[in-house]
Design a protein around this ligand. Structure first.
Ligand SMILES: *[C@@H]1O[C@H](CO)[C@@H](O)[C@H](O)[C@H]1NC(C)=O
Ligand SMILES: *[C@@H]1O[C@H](CO)[C@@H](O)[C@H](O)[C@H]1NC(C)=O
Ligand SMILES: *[C@@H]1O[C@H](CO)[C@@H](O)[C@H](O)[C@H]1NC(C)=O
Ligand SMILES: *[C@@H]1O[C@H](CO)[C@@H](O)[C@H](O)[C@H]1NC(C)=O
Ligand SMILES: *[C@@H]1O[C@H](CO)[C@@H](O)[C@H](O)[C@H]1NC(C)=O
Length: 718
């Protein structure tokens, strides 16, 4: 290198070098990359070198980002502020950062995005806000981020997306809204996102497809909507001209209109795996479709599927579908069958010929007043129409009737007679207090019955007469003071029963008799203080039992007998103070997920977990009054354990827990509350070295380290 060259570099670098590196930070030698991570700082250091470009501040304790916090460092392009306990961003906090391209604010406690929170970030390309508590975004909050291409809002508390909330994000390509609680999307929520290519809305609370709002997204090619509790998709529900990949997996879909995607002609992949679809027609308008995933549904490969199969063959569409029936095709892949093999047993086929799908059925005559019936005939939507009587005159082919938010008060006998094809009936929020015997008579195909949020306090056993196929019954948020008796004998196919948030105060003996196929029972949020020992007798298939948020004062061990398949038991938020020996013995072979958190538990006996062990995958014990725990050394299949918010006494009696916790490769959250000198310490790192037995442990450890004592190791081998 020439002399002049050296001189030039020194001359150029010297103003930079003249800024010292702040004491708590680490700087590279030209001070453009500065790291002050993991330092418990409560304020942003005021001596960050002026020419810093990349600043890493994660894992501090800032709480607030004040206005103008970065005015001294205008050259920043990259700023990391994750895990800094940030609760608020003051207006203009990032002012002067016109060169910043990457801003990470993930894993903080931000709840509101103010209108001027991001002022001045005119070059920002990536904004990470995941894992906060954001429940509100003020209009205009993103209006200055004209170059942003990636926005991550995953894992927040958003419920509602108002109009124009993303206004200004003209270059946005990908937006992640996964894992929020979004249930309402306003019509113009996605307005002005004209370059968005990918939208992730999976794992929210959407019960209905926000079709109109989505139709504003004219450039989106990939839409992820999986894990939302939607039950049906209406015709023309999705009108997105550029859409190529649509993910509708793991929802609760029972019915998808054959015209649902007609206006999204570029679709090449649709994933509808893991839903509750029982039959499917050719999907009209999808000439580009290459792959359709229907695994994990309950589709019967009989003559009803023939048209679909012919259509798929014609399109050379790859369909992932395993037959749910008839018996001779059970588990077979649709690929392995020919269209002409798809037959309907004993009946002449013509009886089953389904109407040609392109034909527009004559619906005007068959839709009751006050309802909207879709042209494919199968859905009747009569939501919030001030109806006082169940309408009559639905088309005989209707499979879904939506009558939510009317005021029927009473459902008379035979209200739905002739509705043989209906699989799904929605009667939520209808002020119903009386259901007469035989109300659902004739509904032989009814599988999903929604009666949530009504005023029902009792049901006579005959209510479900003639509707023996009901599999999913929703009676939550009503006024039951007990579980209706004898009722389930008439529901031999009941799979899932929702009775959470009623006023049930006890479960009496043989209460669930007849519900032999029940897999899931939800009793959360009642007032249950007693469960008879035989209450759940013969529930051979029960897998999930939710008894959380009740008034039980002890573990209902006796009642757990007779549930050999129980894998998930929730007892959280019951006032149980003590768990005695063998409390879970009846279900110890099957139990995997045990919830014992928020109970004010004071003591767990040494033999309380008898029988439990390697099968347990999650154990929740947080927020109790536990000072010690029984030995859990055979719990070696754990994937989640939570011991936080317990006042553990870190004396020698806790040595076993300390050792066990240190042997796990999991976040446990156990902290000491006593004795004084250990208070606040993590059980993992607390001091137990003066305890008898501690030395054994140390020696044992040493024995296994060959380098330090090979002779001992050899002895071990012998
Ligand atoms: C930060 O604070 C925690 C708890 O107060 C402490 O354990 C840790 O050592 C501190 N870290 C630094 C770098 O000071
Ligand atoms: C921030 O905390 C979360 C969870 O507490 C953790 O998963 C993540 O790795 C942390 N990130 C950083 C950069 O420390
Ligand atoms: C179809 O869905 C199943 C279940 O979700 C999944 O395992 C499989 O990989 C999917 N196939 C394709 C092609 O996406
Ligand atoms: C029900 O309809 C009325 C007007 O008919 C409307 O004001 C109200 O917002 C609707 N409620 C819901 C929940 O859709
Ligand atoms: C444990 O429970 C506490 C208190 O409810 C919660 O804040 C924390 O996130 C939980 N930790 C894990 C690992 O689940």
């Amino acid at each position: 290198m020439s002399f002049l060259h050296c001189f030039l570099i020194l001359a150029l670098a010297s103003p930079i070098l003249s800024d010292p590196c702040p004491q708590v930070c680490i700087c590279d030698n030209i001070r453009t990359f500065v790291t002050c991570a993991n330092k418990n700082l409560t304020e942003i250091p005021d001596t960050i070198p002026q020419y810093t470009q990349k600043l890493i501040l994660q894992k501090n304790e800032f709480k607030v980002i004040p206005t103008g916090a970065f005015i001294p460092t205008p050259y920043l392009t990259h700023l990391s502020l994750q895990n800094c306990s940030i609760e608020a961003i003051q207006e203009g906090a990032f002012r002067n950062l016109a060169r910043l391209r990457y801003l990470n604010l993930g894993s903080n406690r931000i709840s509101i995005i103010q209108q001027e929170s991001f002022d001045g970030l005119s070059s920002l390309e990536q904004l990470i806000l995941e894992k906060n508590r954001i429940e509100e975004i003020k209009t205009g909050a993103f209006s200055q981020l004209g170059l942003l291409s990636f926005l991550n809002l995953e894992d927040n508390f958003l419920v509602y997306l108002p109009d124009m909330v993303f206004q200004g994000l003209l270059q946005l390509k990908w937006m992640r809204l996964s894992r929020n609680m979004i249930s309402i999307v306003s019509l113009e929520a996605f307005a002005a996102l004209s370059n968005l290519k990918r939208l992730s809305l999976d794992q929210n609370e959407l019960q209905y497809l926000p079709g109109e709002a989505l139709s504003r997204l004219s450039a989106v090619t990939r839409l992820e909507l999986g894990w939302n509790p939607m039950t049906f998709i209406l015709e023309e529900a999705i009108q997105m001209p550029s859409l190529q990949q649509l993910l509708l997996n793991n929802m609760a879909l029972q019915d998808v209109s054959y015209k649902a995607f007609e206006k999204s002609k570029q679709l090449s992949f649709i994933d509808m795996s893991n839903n509750q679809i029982r039959s499917i027609q050719p999907l009209s308008g999808l000439e580009q479709l290459k792959r359709l995933n229907l695994t994990g549904n309950q589709i019967i490969c009989d003559c009803f599927l023939r048209q679909f199969k012919e259509w798929a063959d014609r399109l050379r569409l790859k369909v992932d579908l395993f037959c749910f029936g008839p018996n001779h095709f059970l588990g077979d892949h649709l690929d392995s069958l020919r269209a002409r093999d798809l037959k309907c047993g004993n009946f002449p086929e013509d009886v089953y010929r389904i109407p040609v799908v392109t034909e527009k059925p004559d619906v005007d005559n068959v839709c009751p007043k006050g309802c909207e019936c879709k042209t494919d005939d199968k859905h009747a939507i009569c939501e919030n129409k001030s109806l006082q009587k169940i309408p009559k005159g639905f088309h005989a082919g209707t499979t879904l009737i939506d009558l939510r938010r009317n005021s029927f008060h009473s459902i008379p006998k035979g209200a739905f007679s002739d509705m043989k094809k209906v699989a799904s009936l929605h009667l939520q929020n209808c002020e119903i207090n009386d259901i007469q015997p035989g109300a659902f008579m004739g509904m032989t195909n009814l599988v999903y019955l929604y009666l949530s949020h009504n005023k029902i306090s009792s049901l006579s056993p005959e209510v479900f007469q003639g509707a023996t196929n009901i599999g999913y019954l929703f009676l939550d948020n009503n006024k039951f003071s007990s579980i209706p008796k004898e009722t389930f004998r008439l529901l031999p196919n009941l799979f899932s029963l929702h009775m959470q948030h009623n006023s049930i105060n006890s479960v009496s003996s043989n209460n669930m008799a007849g519900a032999q196929k029940l897999h899931w029972l939800y009793l959360t949020g009642n007032k249950i203080n007693y469960i008879a020992p035989t209450a759940f007798r013969n529930m051979k298939d029960l897998e999930k039992l939710h008894l959380d948020d009740n008034m039980l004062s002890e573990i209902p061990s006796q009642a757990l007998k007779g549930m050999p398949k129980l894998t998930e038991l929730k007892l959280s938020k019951n006032p149980i103070k003590k768990i005695g020996n063998g409390a879970f013995l009846p279900v110890s072979q099957s139990m995997q997920h045990l919830y014992l958190n928020d109970m004010r538990l004071q003591q767990i006996s040494n033999g309380a977990f008898l029988g439990l062990g390697k099968n347990i995958k999650s154990l929740y014990l947080e927020n109790n009054n536990l000072q010690n725990l029984p030995n859990m050394k055979n719990f070696n299949g754990l994937e989640v354990i939570n011991l936080s918010k317990n006042p553990f006494t870190c004396d020698c009696q806790l040595l076993h827990l300390h050792r066990w916790v240190n042997s796990l490769n999991l976040r446990v959250g156990a902290t000491c509350a006593a004795p004084k000198n250990q208070k606040g310490h993590d059980v993992r790192s607390a001091k137990f070295s003066s305890c008898p037995g501690w030395e054994d442990n140390k020696n044992k450890k040493k024995r296994y380290i060959p380098a330090t004592s090979p002779s001992k190791k050899n002895k071990q081998r012998n």
